[in-house]
Design a protein around this ligand. Structure first.
Ligand code: ADP
Ligand code: ZN
Length: 519
């Protein structure tokens, strides 16, 4: 059957070989094993169910949450000569009926459906009449509360597949599965965890950097002056930030587009079109932009602000360099962004999800503070094997000398303990730098032996150093409404002198202006 699969790959899609992971996923599916396939965006997940759909008799059902993507996929399949259709809220009742009738006649090899359809029992009854050998669940992380895009209707999928008379094979696909999400997907869709196919998280043509301590707008202007002719995306955290950056760049006569959920459908479509057809090189957008966009020559993705977690970051940054050519992913980090993201999390979610999201935000912040390889950090985050340092990222190419900061670390750690491990970073930094802040006297912190022991440093530098200690897991952060810090067991070893702490030589940081109008 694999032989046949290879021929189909060539004859329908024009590719001569499978990419890593595709062949394994396809052969597991053809052997009737429920499978989870974890590959980064652009890794080639669609082929993993499209080829089995062609091999197996009957009609494969693909569950996908993205209406625009469904249409694109179906158009591409039809062009390739594969009979396919979709059913979602963009169709009229008549169109739905016609499509279902054609499906009943066996006219399609693939039928894409929106997950909400599964809430209609009439619809499910109709599908029960059809031979369905395979159900592909795209964006499968939507089934997990740990994922970044939980959709309650995904919880219907398991009942749906179990009720189909043929007991189809289930293939779950996602780009963003951390080990926890993967466990959820496997448990909820009855996939044996040993049937996990996970590959390709390293993107060898991408170089990651974190830029801290620079004026963001000045950075962007300078960057675009150099790279502005190439296609690129700048992601900002809020609509307001998108609009402001757009206006500013437009005033400097740059060919920019913008995209966010506050614009009308027509505006969004035309801005997207301008970008896709290279009429404007730069797209400034919120995270609403990019799902299902297949533009291969994006040379850079800049994050103007901190994203909410590593899943979002890697998915967005991963839109660079799909053509395999060298591309850059730059994250502009300012500690103030943490407040924005905390606020957004606090505003948008049900209470019980907040601690989890804060935990993920912390791992995003750690990414900004780590001094080891950024690509390796990402790979480790997604649960893939640890890698050799990539040699391309801003940490791998950072030639600053490493200095021993064990003594400073001990000062901070002992201060955190003396303060009772019940306070936040900034007040700890104030105590260490000997601030005259009223609150400090109120709590009697000025009587601590650690009061003012780092007074030659600025509170900002000390806060930054605390962030570094957090990224090294010497200090932990509580996830209550107010983020308090505490000393971890690894931190205690440092206090006892059992562990050394090394850090890249400090750079003189120019402050990101606190009055940055785009913040
Ligand atoms: P994903 O769903 O993982 O984001 P897609 O399935 O959209 O990725 O595939 C990304 C791109 O890679 C598409 O343009 C697709 O045609 C191409 N592709 C997939 N498999 C192969 C292959 N075996 N050889 C060459 N190109 C491939
Ligand atoms: Zn690296």
């Amino acid at each position: 059957m694999l032989q046949q699969a290879r021929q189909l790959l060539q004859s329908y899609f024009g590719y001569s070989a499978f990419r890593s992971g595709q062949e394994q996923a396809i052969s597991q599916v053809l052997e009737g094993e429920n499978t989870i396939c974890v590959m980064p965006t652009g890794g080639g997940k669609s082929i993993c169910y499209q080829i089995p759909a062609l091999v197996l008799p009957g009609m494969t059902v693909v569950i996908s949450p993205l209406i625009s993507l469904m249409k694109d996929q179906v158009d591409t399949l039809l062009e390739a000569g594969v009979p396919a259709a979709y059913i979602n809220s963009s169709l009229s009742a008549v169109e739905v009926r016609e499509t279902m009738e054609a499906a009943r006649q066996g006219e399609y090899k693939l039928l894409y459906i929106a997950p909400e359809r599964l809430e209609s029992s009439a619809f499910i009854e109709e599908l029960k009449e059809m031979p369905i050998p395979l159900v592909a669940v795209d964006e499968a992380h939507c089934i997990s509360q740990w994922g970044h895009d939980f959709r309650p209707s995904y919880r219907q999928i398991q009942r749906f597949t179990e009720n189909l008379p043929q007991h189809p094979v289930v293939l779950a696909l996602t780009a963003t599965a951390t080990p926890k999400v993967r466990e959820d997907i496997c448990r909820l869709l009855k996939i044996d965890e040993s049937n996990t196919v996970i590959t390709g998280f390293e993107r060898e043509n991408l170089s990651f950097s974190v830029v801290q301590g620079q004026d963001r707008f000045a950075f962007i202007k300078e960057y675009l002056a150099k790279n502005g002719k190439e296609a690129g995306i700048i992601y900002a955290a809020t609509r307001k930030a998108v609009d402001q950056l757009y206006d500013k760049l437009k005033r400097s006569n740059m060919a920019v587009s913008r995209y966010h959920a506050g614009m009308s459908d027509e505006e969004r479509a035309s801005e997207q079109e301008r970008f896709l057809t290279d009429q404007s090189a730069v797209m400034i957008a919120t995270n609403a932009f990019g799902m299902g966009i297949d533009k291969s020559n994006i040379r850079y993705v800049v994050h103007y602000q901190l994203p909410k977690n590593m899943e979002s970051y890697y998915q967005e940054a991963g839109r660079a360099g799909r053509d395999g050519l060298a591309s850059e992913c730059i994250l502009l980090y300012s500690p103030q962004d943490v407040q924005t993201q905390r606020f957004l999390i606090d505003q948008s979610l049900e209470r019980e999800r907040i601690p989890r999201e804060l935990e993920k935000l912390q791992l995003m912040i750690d990414y900004c503070h780590t001094e080891s390889c950024l690509q390796s950090y990402i790979i480790k985050y997604f649960g893939d094997e640890a890698l050799e340092p990539c040699g391309r990222c801003s940490n791998c190419t950072d030639s600053r000398a490493v200095v021993d900061v064990t003594k400073e670390a001990q000062m901070v750690l002992s201060c955190v303990i003396r303060m009772g491990q019940r306070y936040g970073k900034s007040i700890t930094a104030q105590v260490l730098t000997g601030s005259k802040n009223k609150k400090i006297a109120e709590f009697d912190f000025h009587t601590l032996s650690t009061y003012g022991i780092m007074k030659e440093k600025s509170a900002k530098d000390v806060t930054n150093f605390i962030d570094f200690l957090i990224s090294q897991e010497l200090i932990g952060v509580g996830h209550g409404t107010y983020p308090t810090i505490f000393v971890t067991s690894k931190g205690k070893e440092v206090l006892l002198g059992e562990q050394q702490v090394a850090r890249k030589e400090a750079v003189q940081t120019k402050q990101i202006a606190a009055d940055d109008p785009l913040f």
